[in-house]
Design a protein around this ligand. Structure first.
Ligand SMILES: Cc1cc2nc3c(=O)[nH]c(=O)nc-3n(C[C@H](O)[C@H](O)[C@H](O)COP(=O)(O)OP(=O)(O)OC[C@H]3O[C@@H](n4cnc5c(N)ncnc54)[C@H](O)[C@@H]3O)c2cc1C
Length: 392
């Protein structure tokens, strides 16, 4: 059966649903297709089930792209404050956790329920558990699916990235882009734990379960957030953040006490309380277990007063600039997002429309715009979905 409509949207994630609502509100007949059984599955599991739906501090610098200016237009036309107003209007209560990150007080399901209600009110025809078999372009777009054939002058691709394949991620969006002649910026897993050599793992494993605030840097970029020692290596927000900047062969540097000038502090303590064991002094600034571990590995046995200048310097370096050379990442299996994607040079920033093929739009994570951890990726989904929704 052939169903003619105004807009076909592929992917009922954050971006696809938001675009569908906006287009529907503008009177467009929208068909939204997804192979999953439920819409917004990543919203459901996001933010530990509470969905970090945006960030108070949305700046272009918090997004990675080959063309960092591209995201500005959409982010300034549909802002975090617009989305917050929407959440407020739906009666969803929220709180700021840290660093401007906004989470639902209750459950991420409330965001999905809000979007579903808005879609219903906007008359969106949601087709779940529907697989896409073929896409053709002639006089408009024709999409053949397991639930019939749809045709429309506009096709919006919102199929997301490659992360977490077991939740329905596929490379469909990239295939569509390539097929219609749009470039792809090489993709890689991002916001993902890094993996280490077995030698480094041996050092890390005994500390498994420990967490502390730390500054993790790679080249000139650094993040001061939580660091978590795990039995597989290092994780926590600071590591996830830096993974978006790390490349094979690069080293990362970890400062385990970023708010302290340990060099000065230890010299002063050496004068004032030199009879204390080094690890005890360190424990004033670090968790006790970590303090012992570092003192041992830096060869700082005995009292502070007995340590040579060189030994003290080594101890300080172990804390402030612990250098590690990751061997890889945990990959798409656990990555929160996919870096790279549809080349923004092929898209109009105001409409997300392909420059070479009017009527074809790409929104959300499938595009080469990747946010930091902290609500930035959902804001990109809302903003890019919203602008496309005004244009289709
Ligand atoms: C565990 C986890 C936690 C996260 N937490 C946060 C957070 O708290 N805050 C934040 O900002 N970001 C978070 N993110 C990132 C965020 O979820 C994504 O950036 C966002 O969902 C991207 O939206 P999207 O609509 O572009 O893609 P998606 O949400 O991935 O939606 C794509 C949709 O397309 C469908 N699809 C894919 N392929 C096909 C196909 N071949 N046929 C039909 N349908 C298809 C999928 O089923 C899916 O419904 C998290 C990600 C993960 C994995």
């Amino acid at each position: 059966m052939l169903t003619a409509c105004d807009v076909i949207i592929l992917g009922a994630g954050a971006a696809g649903m938001f675009c569908a609502i906006e287009a529907g509100r503008r009177g467009r007949q929208v068909v939204l297709i997804d192979h999953a059984k439920a819409p917004g599955e990543k919203i459901r599991i996001s933010g530990g089930g509470r969905c970090n739906f945006t960030n108070l501090d949305i700046r272009p610098e918090c997004f990675l792209s080959q063309n960092p200016r591209f995201a500005r237009s959409a982010l300034s036309r549909y802002t975090q404050h617009d989305f917050i107003a929407r959440v407020d209007a739906a009666g969803i209560s929220w709180h700021e956790k840290t660093l401007g990150q906004l989470f639902c007080d209750g459950s991420a399901r409330e965001i999905i329920a809000m979007l579903r209600a808005d879609m219903e009110a906007a008359g969106v025809d949601l087709r779940l558990a529907t697989s896409v078999n073929d896409i053709r372009h002639g006089d408009g777009f024709t999409v053949e699916t397991s639930d019939g054939t749809f045709s429309a002058p506009c096709l919006v691709v919102a199929t997301g990235g490659k992360s977490i394949p077991k939740m329905g991620a596929t490379g469909l969006g990239y295939q569509i882009a390539e097929r219609f002649g749009l470039g792809i910026i090489e993709t890689r897993p991002a916001l993902v734990p890094l993996t280490f050599t077995s030698e480094q793992l041996e050092q890390i494993r005994p500390l498994s379960g420990l967490s502390l605030p730390a500054r993790v840097s790679c080249g000139k970029v650094g993040f001061e957030e939580g660091l978590l020692f795990t039995h597989r290596g290092l994780s926590g927000p600071s590591i996830l953040q830096i993974s978006s900047y790390w490349r094979e062969g690069y080293a990362i540097s970890v400062d385990l006490a970023p708010d302290v000038d340990l060099g000065t502090a230890l010299s002063e303590m050496k004068q004032a309380r030199g009879r204390q064991a080094a690890h005890r002094v360190l424990a004033a600034y670090l968790p006790e277990k970590l303090a012992r571990h570092i003192a041992l590995h830096a060869g700082a046995r005995g009292n502070l007063a007995d340590l040579t200048k060189a030994r003290l310097a080594e101890l300080v370096a172990h804390v402030h600039s612990w250098e590690l050379r990751p061997v890889g990442t945990e990959g798409y299996r656990t990555a929160e997002v996919t870096l790279g994607g549809v080349d923004t040079r092929a898209l109009d920033a105001r409409s997300m429309e392909a420059r070479n093929l009017p009527g074809l739009h790409f929104i959300g994570e499938v595009v080469d715009v990747t946010g930091w951890l902290g609500g930035y990726n959902f804001q990109w989904a809302w903003s890019s979905g919203w602008v496309a929704g005004q244009a289709v």
